[in-house]
Design a protein around this ligand. Structure first.
Ligand code: SF4
Length: 374
């Protein structure tokens, strides 16, 4: 089946956060227009080649404009981009079109323009409702600016929005975290995502937090996670993926596509795609991308599709089948059976006939659980 999802990467930010290892750059406003032109050229060239190979375009059910900070780009530039996309793809009427927005960049006119173009979901990088934590994260926006951004997107007519958070930040207490969660709930978002802070190699945080003693322990991170799961479950949010919670019917179609190990198109600097059984990536060099947006390298061949699928689907609350473990495991049958019992007794998994379902506690350590089984 041909892909039904498209990812577009916008690599510009107002400032670079010290924990971030995404392909994103600050102070590159002068490149906005050239970058959009490069994206258009990439879409045109690659789509023409892809569909000339006999691949039939599938109706598109999700488009995700991520970054970076896509909300820095004015709507007239997106208009050019959307018009190129529409030449090659047929967008379904209920296509989920998400744009990421950072507080401090919410512009009323831009928001109205995005809505006119068909954007129907906004993902806001709130990260915390505590000033001290925002400062520790090196975020340049304030809590008030996040609140203002939420008001602006609501005023522009967006009802479907996500709030993104980071927990397990140095200096974060249980009370601070709980206050942020309740503050988030007060805005009634349809979706909440939350990730534990990860110290990525090559970022300023790698040096600042060289000593792990300055970071919350795994037990503290687990407590924060369980608090999040419990509070959101009690308030009507379904914990449908390790880091994602949604009101019924508002699960992100785009991200579900990744976790169900389905293929997808992707365009932009550093973008990764999965097409015709092959994962490829674009250059991470912004200038090189702008001068030649068609360079891509093969990332890997999914040699064992079953293995990859189980790694991804185990993140979802629907779980995975015992048969799928049997197909990929290198471990002895009795060992797997005993391990399943141990994990059940420890409250990490629940077994429903042929299905293994991770509990909230299990979701926090989903990779470790899989490694014990396969
Ligand atoms: S705003 Fe997001 S993409 Fe930009 S630097 Fe910060 S974390 Fe990275």
């Amino acid at each position: 089946m041909n892909p039904e999802s498209i990812y577009i990467h916008i690599p510009f930010c107002k400032t670079k956060c010290p924990y971030c290892d995404f392909a994103s750059w600050a102070k590159k406003e002068h490149l906005f227009e050239e970058y959009i032109d490069a994206l258009i050229s990439e879409i045109k060239t690659k789509c023409e080649a892809y569909f000339a190979m006999g691949n039939l375009p599938q109706p598109i059910h999700s488009l995700f404009i991520g970054g970076g900070t896509p909300s820095l780009i004015p709507p007239d530039l997106y208009e050019k981009l959307f018009s190129e996309l529409k030449k090659h793809f047929q967008f379904l009427n209920d296509c989920e079109i998400t744009m990421e927005l950072n507080p401090g960049t919410a512009n009323d006119n831009f928001l109205v323009g995005y809505k006119k173009l068909g954007v129907n979901r906004i993902s806001i990088g709130a990260q915390s409702f505590n000033e001290k934590i925002l400062e520790t994260l090196g975020r340049k926006h304030s809590v008030d600016e996040t609140i203002e951004a939420i008001e602006k997107i609501k005023n522009a007519g967006f009802t479907n929005f996500n709030l993104d958070f980071i927990f397990s930040v140095p200096g974060m207490t249980k009370q601070i975290w709980e206050e942020s969660i309740y503050k988030a709930l007060s805005f009634n978002p349809k979706h909440i995502s939350s990730y534990s802070l990860i110290i990525e190699p090559g970022t300023p945080f790698e040096h600042i937090y060289k000593d792990p003693k300055n970071l919350p322990t795994d037990d503290t991170a687990s407590e924060f996670y369980m608090l999040l799961c419990q509070t959101l479950n009690e308030n009507g949010y379904k914990h449908y993926e390790v880091s994602n919670f949604a009101k019924s019917g508002f699960e992100s179609k785009h991200n579900l596509n990744y976790w169900l190990a389905k293929e997808y198109y992707a365009f932009g600097v550093g973008a990764h795609r999965y097409l015709n059984g092959l994962r490829t990536a674009n250059t991470k060099d912004l200038d090189l991308y702008i001068s030649n947006p068609n360079i891509e390298t093969i990332v890997d061949f999914p040699i064992n599709y079953d293995f990859e699928k189980i790694m991804l689907t185990s993140r979802l609350n629907q779980g995975f089948s015992l048969k799928s473990i049997e197909r990929v495991t290198t471990k002895d049958k009795h060992y797997v059976k005993n391990m399943l019992n141990t994990l059940t007794e420890g409250g990490f998994i629940e077994l429903f006939e042929d299905n293994v379902h991770l509990t909230d506690k299990g979701m926090f350590v989903n990779n470790e659980i899989l490694l014990k089984l396969i």
